[in-house]
Design a protein around this ligand. Structure first.
Ligand code: A3P
Length: 274
């Protein structure tokens, strides 16, 4: 694949990697805000008028598949690039670089529900909505946009244990519990630690508030805007419930048992859990 062989990293790059529906939009906002906090104040911040997906592009979607092709070489440094590529297929140049990689994983049951709802929103008008049963079957077979969610998370989990200074593995559920602490942790990992003065001035709180689901969902750009390149994509498709455990409202007992069994089997002995 072209992207794997030809992609060139820069020493200043930052990579955000996720399985779809695991918190990509949130992390795009947080990383962008942390790294650019000296350039903007919170009254005229780009995230008030641009979707997080416009300020942090997806490598495989916005840069290599869009027409006209946007050349990643023209992006200014430091580049923040997002991708859903599984670890086994990640360009060697990223693996071999010293660029930080942030991964966020999420409970597979919530990923399934989120993905199912997302597929319904993105379906062409003349197609019937996919049923939960069909979405569940595909998901369990590992037929989802970037392969099985379990293998995706496991690939980065193992790599994060092997290269703890390069890969930060975050969990959506933990971030929801303590976004302030994790925003500081994220900044530290990216080499943009908040100063005592910034902390005293409430900058971390401002960033957490700016990127919070409640705030982002209600911004006009995320309610009625469209993706700059992929115009068919409405920005509001990325904002739904943002809760932990929404699967309880949708999945049957049999579905839960089957998913738990796969999770147990796949993660067995790895130390990974959600
Ligand atoms: P739900 O469908 O469970 O509500 P991604 O950004 O990877 O596509 O993931 C989308 C999920 O993250 C959706 O979950 C969405 O509601 C949630 N989400 C979007 N923005 C968020 C934010 N700022 N904070 C927390 N969760 C957010």
């Amino acid at each position: 694949m072209w992207i794997q062989q030809q992609f060139k990293t820069r020493s200043t790059d930052v990579y955000l990697i996720t399985h779809p529906k695991s918190g990509t939009t949130w992390l795009k906002g947080l990383i962008f805000s942390i790294m650019n906090r000296h350039r903007y104040d919170f009254t005229s911040h780009p995230l008030l008028t641009f979707s997080p997906h416009d300020v942090v592009p997806f490598m495989e979607v916005d840069l290599f598949k869009s027409i006209p092709i946007a050349d990643p070489e023209i992006l200014l440094s430091p580049r923040i690039l997002a991708t859903h590529i599984p670890y086994t297929m990640l360009p060697e140049s990223i693996k071999n670089s010293s660029c930080p990689v942030v991964y966020i994983g999420r409970n597979p049951k919530d990923v399934l529900v989120s993905l199912w709802q997302f597929m319904i929103k993105l379906k062409p008008k003349d197609m019937p909505p996919i049923s939960l049963e069909d979405a569940f079957d595909l998901f369990c077979k590992g037929i989802s946009p970037c392969g099985p969610v379990w293998d995706h998370a496991l690939g980065y989990w193992k790599a994060s244990i092997e290269y703890p200074n390069k890969i930060l593995f975050l969990k959506y559920e933990e971030m929801k519990k303590d976004p302030l602490m994790y925003t500081k942790r994220l900044a530290e990992f990216l080499g943009h630690t908040f100063s005592l003065e910034e902390e005293a001035n409430g900058i971390v709180e401002e960033i957490v508030k700016l990127c919070s689901f409640e705030n982002m969902r209600n911004l006009q750009v995320n309610k009625t805007g469209q993706h700059r390149i992929r115009e068919a994509n409405k920005n509001d498709v990325f904002f739904r419930e943002a809760t932990v455990g929404d699967w309880k409202n949708h999945l049957t007992t049999e579905m839960v048992e089957a998913l738990d069994q796969i999770t147990e089997h796949k993660f067995d002995g790895s130390g990974l859990f959600f």
